[in-house]
Design a protein. Structure first.
Length: 202
């Protein structure tokens, strides 16, 4: 049985839809916005490598280990980037939310918070996940702060976990949310999404 099945998720700021070859041009444009691939501690594809990256992701979807998504900014109808359910473990109802990147102009707009909310809500309320993981480079402080802001708890460091494209060895910081924590994390994310409107009141 296929788990999780492809799905489209929609919020006020963002739509998360199954990755498709038709998204190539938009993803190349997003990758070029801010030259994200030059960040040595990430694995964001360069514009010329996006086509191959899409192909790899779709192959992993066929194998059942990943469910890749394209993230679309609803106001502009522009592709903002990508995210995935990966390291899918159907038997134990676990998965990771990762492989996430957004064009520079879409960062710090509230888009990521809503994106994570929609993915976590689907994982816990529709897929009945026992746990959802987040992983990032130990030195990627921006990513670690964003994960901690969601309400995920720090599980530990996987030492010498991965060889990066530039040949360096990555220590991976691992975070997770478990099913029993979801109501509190959901309340926190809802507050974060509503906070600008609340703080603007007299």
């Amino acid at each position: 049985m296929e788990w999780p099945k492809p799905v489209s998720l929609h919020g006020e700021k963002v739509s998360i839809v199954p990755l498709d070859h038709a998204h190539l041009a938009g993803l190349q444009k997003a990758s070029a916005d801010g030259e994200l691939h030059r960040l040595w501690y990430t694995k964001i594809p360069a514009p010329e490598a996006v086509a191959a990256h899409i192909e790899r992701c779709l192959e992993q979807r066929k194998a059942g280990s990943m469910l890749p998504f394209t993230v679309i900014e609803r106001v502009t109808d522009q592709i903002a980037g990508m995210t995935t359910y990966l390291n899918v473990d159907a038997a134990n109802k676990r998965l990771e939310i990762g492989g996430t990147w957004y064009r520079q102009s879409a960062q710090r707009t509230g888009l990521n918070t809503e994106c994570k909310y929609l993915l976590l809500k689907h994982a816990f309320e529709e897929l009945a996940c026992n746990a959802v993981e987040f992983r990032t480079h130990y030195l990627n402080q921006q990513s670690r702060r964003a994960i901690e802001r969601l309400g995920a708890k720090f599980d530990g460091i996987l030492r010498a976990h991965m060889v990066m494209p530039n040949g360096t060895i990555r220590d991976t910081a691992v975070y997770s949310v478990i099913a029993g924590e979801w109501p509190t994390v959901k309340a926190n994310l809802t507050w974060l999404m509503e906070k600008p409107a609340v703080s603007s009141r007299p």
